[in-house]
Ligand binder design. Structure first.
Ligand SMILES: [Zn+2]
Length: 555
């Protein structure tokens, strides 16, 4: 039923109910009232209230938009978020580009959409080095036995089915690159530690809560000095942090041992290895510190490592795209967007599992609550965002007809939190349509959202930028932090348990309503760009960020 019909019902039904209650008041309220008597005031009030309740109950008086209501109802009463999260994050796991798990995720998405009656396809956009992570077992075997918390980095070579045991030493503080070259042969047969030994495993917020002002300052000053000295130590080798592992490998090292602390309790960032034959492992701050101190004190600690991994040659890479065809303007598009790939230290639960879940759930809800959209609704689950927005850049290159007729795109990619920021991405009139669409969002979800117009156009960071740089109205639904940068972003702790499902549910409702409103809008959105402020670095007028090419062959 549409809005005018509802309004008509309200106008007709409410007086009828009141009239009915007035005439049947004796029977309903069991109060003897003589004909002609004035109705007592409390009675009048309760009757009016009763009439109001009945009409509200019929869903009349406060239903400004039945589609919005249906979206909220479906998201709240029939949420599939937990089920989807379990299948994707627990069942399939991390989704590093080029891995079999990434492919499984694409296939799972197709099957899931098909189960909801939504057409979906995997679009090939390039190829990548195929690799599959196996086990990482790391133990200290001298001076005592202890299992260590650590794992191989992405694309690390394995140990060929063997367990390798060797002494672990730190790179030396050589006076210069010549001295380092002289030292290099002593790396042979050893595991080499290439990271600084952090002076504290407590995050700064913990120091600031409990430390005295003096001890906090002392710790920070010492740490800064130590960090500078370590940077210098690397520099003096004549290599960079990217080229040093290769040099150690060439010198016959048994493996690279590092620790990329993420400045929270027990959390490390896990990126890619730079070795070609020997394993590179990341060890937790606590265990790395233990090995480092033992090495420094002359205890000659030894560890054994077994890592399995499989090289699989070049493999095709995809985006998953699903579609609900438009009825009136099928050649105009409203898009939902979130990258599908992840780093693989955890399961990519908040980067970008939650963005993925938001978009999938919003699509499912839209198919139920708004099955015949005016414009075509598309969702893009992008591949290889982590290596440079490659999936979405490729899509923009491959589908100029969609980019040209894009009404709006909504991307979410900064964690599990409820959305609190939307900017106009530099589009001069974005305020007009975004504000209008937002007005239909339930107050509890809308109110915390700060908007900034016209804002600055995003040149990178996540997939909306691939569209913004091409001049198409694409927006980022930006989330509340929830300790994203220290605790989950690209870390070994980015797992299911960090998801705040209520916030993700809010985001699915928000996205579905924005998509519905953008699709229904009688007006095509303006793409007029605002005049950008003077660039403070160059002193020249600001320029729109450039569209960058997708890397189609990587790894
Ligand atoms: Zn991300």
């Amino acid at each position: 039923m549409n809005l005018p019909v509802y309004t008509l019902l309200v106008v007709l039904l409410q007086p009828l109910i009141i009239f009915f209650l007035f005439h049947c008041r004796k029977k309903i309220f069991f109060v003897p009232i003589e004909e002609g008597d004035p109705i007592p005031d409390p009675m009048k009030k309760s009757m009016l209230f009763f009439a109001f309740v009945i009409s509200s109950f019929l869903g009349i008086a406060q239903t400004p938009d039945p589609v919005v209501d249906a979206i909220v109802k479906e998201a709240t009463e029939n949420s599939q978020l937990e089920t989807l999260a379990h299948a994707l994050l627990d069942g399939i796991g991390p989704r590093l580009v080029g891995t079999p798990q990434m492919q499984q995720a694409h296939d799972w998405a197709l099957a899931t959409y098909s189960g909801w009656g939504i057409a979906a396809r995997n679009e090939k956009w390039g190829e990548w080095r195929g690799w599959e992570r196996g086990i990482s077992h790391i133990d200290m075997v001298r001076p005592r036995t202890k299992s260590l918390e650590g794992m191989q980095l992405a694309w690390s070579p394995g140990t060929g089915g063997k367990t390798i045991t060797a002494e672990v030493i730190a790179i030396p503080d050589a006076t210069d690159s010549i001295a380092f070259q002289k030292w290099l042969p002593s790396a042979k047969g050893k595991f080499i530690m290439t990271s600084m030994n952090q002076p504290t495993g407590r995050p700064d917020y913990n120091w600031e809560e409990f430390g005295t002002k003096e001890s906090v300052e002392k710790m920070k000053t010492a740490r800064t000095a130590q960090t500078e000295a370590w940077t210098d130590r690397i520099k003096k080798t004549g290599y960079t942090i990217k080229t040093l592992p290769g040099a150690l490998e060439k010198a016959g090292a048994a493996g690279i041992v590092m620790s990329n602390w993420s400045k929270g309790f027990g959390v490390n960032k896990i990126f890619e290895a730079f070795t070609k034959k020997i394993p590179t492992v990341d060890i937790s701050l606590e265990d790395y510190g233990l090995l480092y101190r033992l090495a420094e004190s002359g205890s000659k600690p030894a560890i054994s490592i077994r890592t399995d991994s499989k090289e699989m040659g070049m493999v095709p890479t995809f985006n998953t795209v699903a579609e609900i065809k438009g009825t009136e303007k099928p050649d105009e598009y409203v898009m939902l967007s979130a990258h599908f790939d992840s780093w693989d230290g955890g399961t990519g639960a908040t980067d970008n599992g939650t963005g993925t879940l938001t978009m999938m759930e919003a699509m499912r809800i839209l198919k139920k609550a708004y099955p015949h959209p005016k414009r075509t609704i598309l969702v893009g689950h992008w591949g290889s965002e982590e290596q440079g927005l490659n999936g979405s850049r490729a899509f923009v290159e491959d589908h100029p007809e969609i980019v040209q007729h894009l009404q709006a795109l909504f991307n979410q990619d900064n964690g599990t939190g409820r959305v609190i920021n939307i900017t106009g991405q530099g589009f001069l009139y974005a305020y007009e349509y975004i504000d209008r669409w937002l007005s239909k969002v339930p107050e509890a979800i809308r109110k915390p959202i700060e908007t900034k117009f016209p804002g600055t156009p995003g040149g990178g960071g996540s997939d909306f930028a691939s569209f913004v740089t091409a001049g198409a109205p694409a927006f980022s639904l930006s989330s509340l932090n929830w300790s994203y940068f220290n605790y989950t972003w690209h870390t070994n702790r980015d797992t299911y348990d960090k998801i705040v499902f209520d916030d993700v549910r809010n985001n699915a409702i928000l996205t579905a309503i924005l998509v519905y409103m953008a699709s229904e809008d009688p007006v095509t959105t303006s793409r007029e760009k605002s005049v950008l402020p003077i660039n403070s670095k160059t002193g020249l007028p600001g320029t729109w960020p450039e569209q960058k090419k997708a890397t189609r062959k990587g790894g």
